[in-house]
Design a protein. Sequence first.
Length: 65
Amino acid sequence: MSPVPGKNGGIKMAVKTFYKVIVLRIDVFESEIVDERHFPDAAEAMKFCDNINNTTEYTTFAVKM
């Protein structure tokens, strides 16, 4: 996204909200990030989380960015 002139001559950036899903393998001694993906809306992010949580031993977190 290109910057556009803002108030008082400053630069105003357009903001795009997205959702980041982080997939973790949690262990007693060490945890590991297995995957990290971006989604345009909460519904798609949660669908991905549900699929991972129901079919693997991994844990997922969805974060609004």
